[in-house]
Design a protein around this ligand. Structure first.
Ligand SMILES: Nc1nc2c(c(=O)[nH]1)N[C@H]1C(S)=C(S)[C@@H](COP(=O)(O)O)O[C@H]1N2
Ligand SMILES: [Mo]
Length: 385
């Protein structure tokens, strides 16, 4: 442990730990009779509040909440199901809503979206970069239910000089001197119909780990915009101040040499995540029977609906279009499947996706100082006998 905790700090740290022990127990207790024996436990990738979804779950349209990745900088605050959300700043009327008040006052919408951490795939960057060493598991797709942020902002009446929405949650850093996790999004993105204030995920109330009672949903944009335990949306003229907006979550404006340092003025804030696909099965290094092989996974882009997914089973010499399942949409994943016959020996598959704007996954990921947005072709090899 770091410092000797104060009693109040101590109690929420204990709650945090207990919450995750309960979550782990719930997952362990769920016996899934799956033929492919997919691992059901979240893999801890560094700290108790950072949990990764095993790759083998990415062959279906929705990621079950009990295996959905978790990323929290400081861990959750205490659960308060009636905590109010304040709408403040450059508005005609300051407002505050409990979750029930949002539900009864504004149209309720449900939408399916990919939630992906900007650091997903960081472990594959060479040279290694600091940060949580995520493999492929810092992503998932769920349905989210809530109200449109634009309806809530319209009720408060934005002033004509408002250009950004500052978003903050109830969690706090362990040390009071450390920066709080506060961010902002441009007003235009806040007013987009897909930006939601959600209270449900996969048809159930949000769990504490995923932001109960309210969180922001920003489809197509990296997870750092999806503020959990949402308490404040504030209209203002400028971007939010502070470390998590002005220093973190930035990406070079030009391609950089692996390992290079980049000047702050040559970085810009992350927004949408790029086109990406992964192979959920077969898993790398597995063994299977000769004959018909089915390769499956998911693919998506934060910039446009998906256009196609291609698979190569001859090391990239030829590519075949995979069959797509599910609805196309920006920031929405589709499941892809491809079948081919393999004789005894080593079988391989490589996948690459292309979106409707013509962006295609690169063979190698673009290195950057924080290891964001890794989206290189994914390849697996397995033994066929
Ligand atoms: N209040 C708050 N919101 C937060 C975070 C946080 O630390 N505090 N982490 C963000 C990051 S970096 C990601 S990737 C997503 C992860 O959401 P999940 O834990 O529901 O998967 O939450 C985002 N929202
Ligand atoms: Mo993240």
């Amino acid at each position: 442990m770091l410092d000797r905790p104060s009693s109040s700090r101590h109690s929420w740290r204990m709650l945090d730990r207990r919450t995750f022990l309960q979550a782990a127990a719930a997952v362990l207790g769920t016996r899934r009779a799956l033929a492919d024996a997919a691992p059901t436990l979240l893999q801890n990738v560094g700290s108790p509040q950072d949990l990764a979804t095993p790759l083998s779950w990415f062959d279906r349209l929705l990621t079950p909440t009990d295996v959905f990745f978790v990323r929290s900088h400081f861990g959750p605050p205490a659960l308060d199901a009636t905590r109010k959300l304040a709408v403040e700043g450059l508005v005609k009327t300051q407002l505050a809503f409990a979750p029930d008040e949002l539900r009864s006052r504004f149209p309720v919408v449900t939408q399916t979206a990919v939630l992906q951490c900007a650091g997903n795939g960081r472990a594959f960057q060479t040279p290694r970069v600091p940060g949580v060493q995520w493999g492929h598991g810092a992503m998932g797709q769920a349905t989210f239910t809530g109200v449109r942020l634009r309806d809530v902002l319209a009720a408060a009446g934005p002033s004509s000089d408002a250009a950004y929405v500052r978003i903050a949650g109830a969690d706090a850093p362990l040390k009071p001197t450390a920066p709080a996790f506060v961010r902002s999004i441009p007003l235009a993105r806040a007013m987009a119909p897909s930006t939601l204030i959600a209270w449900a995920m996969n048809g159930e109330p949000l769990t504490l780990a995923h932001g109960a009672p309210l969180r922001l949903i920003v489809p197509g944009w990296a997870g750092d915009h999806w503020i959990k335990w949402l308490t404040h949306v504030g209209l203002q003229k400028e971007e939010a101040d502070g470390f998590y907006m002005q220093t973190a979550y930035k990406y070079p404006i030009h391609p950089v040499e692996p390992g290079a340092s980049v000047k702050p003025e040559e970085m810009r804030s992350l927004t949408t995540f790029p086109v990406k696909s992964v192979i959920a099965r077969p898993t790398d290094g597995s063994k299977g029977a000769a004959g018909m092989q089915e390769v499956a996974g998911c693919a998506f882009s934060g910039d446009a609906p998906l256009a196609k997914v291609e698979v190569s089973t001859d090391g990239g010499a030829t590519w075949r279009a995979a069959a797509l399942e599910g609805e196309a949409g920006v920031g929405r994943w589709q499941v892809w499947k491809h079948r081919f016959v393999a004789g005894p020996g080593r079988a391989t598959a490589v996948v690459r996706a292309t979106d409707a704007k013509g962006n295609t996954q690169p063979e190698k990921g673009a290195w950057n100082p924080s290891g964001y947005f890794f989206n290189a072709w994914h390849a697996v090899a397995w033994e066929v006998a």
